[in-house]
Design a protein around this ligand. Structure first.
Ligand code: ATP
Ligand code: ATP
Ligand code: MG
Ligand code: MG
Ligand code: MG
Ligand code: MG
Ligand code: MG
Length: 280
């Protein structure tokens, strides 16, 4: 296209390229979902359909963006980790975060009627998501990142389970339930649930307690390390550029790979033993 005299304004744009050879984690979070959950009558403390809808939207995003190695979701948030070698959009941050937020939002809205057939979306309160990108230099931090989100899920879910049990089954007011839980630790909350209501917290739905981990199971290829006992298999720096064919072959493999859904502990070593299968 012919250049106009206005073209110079383009030079004001910033590239914002994310550091190469680092893991990019993109976290999305629902905007104002406290109110959103009330408006659409989400069950308390956990609406399973809403969580399944989040998972379904995340799987669609993973299906469309093969550079995503894995993802973790809980409540109204989802975190996606990209392969270290990812070159999508030349790693431009604004392109990445805006594409993730809009692609996820589009799928969430498109899938909504399948999960909430009786609750037509109201144009004055549509679900939207913000997004941010964070860089991590090694698998150690990526692992700690996911542990951090799962610990958050656990703390919130235990509190919310105790709180809503006191309110809905124990007939306490929300104020009194809050008072009753003030200063309690997790042992106290487990004890309260079991002693007063016969609820064994460990028998609650694993999706509620652990959140949802999605991994793209590429299997162990010749390039990826076999599972080892060490949880931190640092890939060797690339000795040579991969050929175009090799890059394409690997991408095809990722596209075809199954996306596996899990509701398990991701803080301990066990989950990370096979991490080379999906994140190397
Ligand atoms: P912000 O826009 O700052 O993110 P927010 O209202 O979305 O504000 P969050 O800290 O993200 O606040 O909390 C999300 C809230 O959404 C939860 O506290 C809960 O009230 C509600 N929520 C999200 N998912 C579910 C679900 N599956 N079932 C019930 N409630 C949910
Ligand atoms: P990228 O993902 O890099 O943005 P792109 O294919 O979206 O790639 P753009 O430079 O954004 O490329 O150009 C958008 C293109 O979409 C236009 O060149 C045109 O072909 C098409 N397009 C957009 N809006 C319309 C429209 N209203 N009618 C017909 N074609 C359209
Ligand atoms: Mg928030
Ligand atoms: Mg939110
Ligand atoms: Mg949130
Ligand atoms: Mg375009
Ligand atoms: Mg355009």
């Amino acid at each position: 296209m012919a250049k106009s005299r206005f073209e110079y304004v383009r030079t004001y744009e910033q590239d914002g390229m994310l550091l190469p050879n680092t893991y990019i984690v993109i976290r999305l979070d629902g905007r104002g979902f406290h109110r959103f959950a009330d408006r659409y009558h989400f069950g308390k403390p956990n609406d399973k359909r809403a969580l399944c809808l989040m998972n379904a939207a995340a799987k669609q995003v993973m299906g469309q963006i093969p550079d995503i190695a894995g993802a973790y979701g809980q409540s109204d948030e989802y975190s996606f980790v990209l392969r270290r070698e990812c070159r999508l959009f030349d790693r431009r941050e604004a392109k990445l975060v805006s594409t993730f937020a809009s692609t996820f939002t589009a799928h969430y809205q498109f899938l909504w009627p399948q999960y909430f057939p009786q609750r037509v979306l109201d144009g004055n309160m549509l679900p939207t998501f913000d997004a941010r990108a964070v860089l991590y230099p090694s698998l150690r931090e990526v692992r700690d990142y996911f542990s951090w989100r799962q610990a958050d899920c656990h703390i919130n879910n235990l509190y919310n389970t105790a709180f809503w049990t006191l309110v809905l089954t124990g007939d306490l007011s929300q104020h009194d339930a809050e008072q009753a839980l003030m200063g309690t630790n997790s042992g106290d909350k487990n004890e309260l649930l079991f002693g007063r209501f016969g609820i064994n917290y460990n028998n609650e739905d694993a999706m509620f307690r652990k959140g949802t981990m999605l991994v793209r199971d590429v299997g162990s290829s010749s390039e990826s390390a076999e599972s080892r006992d060490e949880p931190e298999p640092e890939p060797e720096p690339e000795q040579h550029e991969k050929s175009k064919r090799q890059v394409e072959r690997e991408e095809k493999k990722r596209r075809k790979a199954e996306i596996v859904e899990m509701h398990v502990d991701i803080i301990g070593d066990e989950f990370w033993k096979n991490s080379a299968r999906w994140i190397s």
